[in-house]
Write a new protein. Sequence first.
Length: 198
Amino acid sequence: MAALLACAAVGVLLHPDVADAKRKPVQADPPDLQIVAVTVAPGPYSPGEGSLDFTVEVEVPHDLNGATMLEVSSLISSPSKSSLRFLASRQPVAASTPADSAPQAAPPAAGPSVKAGESTLDGSAADTRDNGVRRSDGDGKMSRIVVTLTWDGRDQTKQVVINGKYGYEVRAKLLVVGENGPRTLMVSWPKHGTLEVR
């Protein structure tokens, strides 16, 4: 009798409908922090002819829930992952009011100033020139911030990358700065793309 019950239990567990139900991912709602657009220019890119700009438009909720800083980052990698470069920009953000409807200049970047292609203490590189805030014309619940990350065409070893196709992943984070340093409060879904180096 015990053997029959065990076989019946195994049969129920191995039924295709039950197995499929266990494999289906749960749909998650997108976070309030969203990357609206990523523009990469110039394309194709030649490291000997200047820098490559990632212009990232981020939608930030008006209710920041205590967050005081926005971090936008990009990881650029070769298909083999042997050539990598991490770019990041951090800047202060403040909760806006409904009266804030006109474009404003961005606040100065947090931390030490970094020139295009130079590295900060954590090994990241950033250039936040031309950053600005644009308020949305929609329901007034979101702000849009434009951040520019600049790549000098070098990898993690400071060598100029070889020609080919490279992938990139862009992320945005809202950070709370406390006594123990910054803590991540909210992360956007990433945006992926490819770029060509000639």
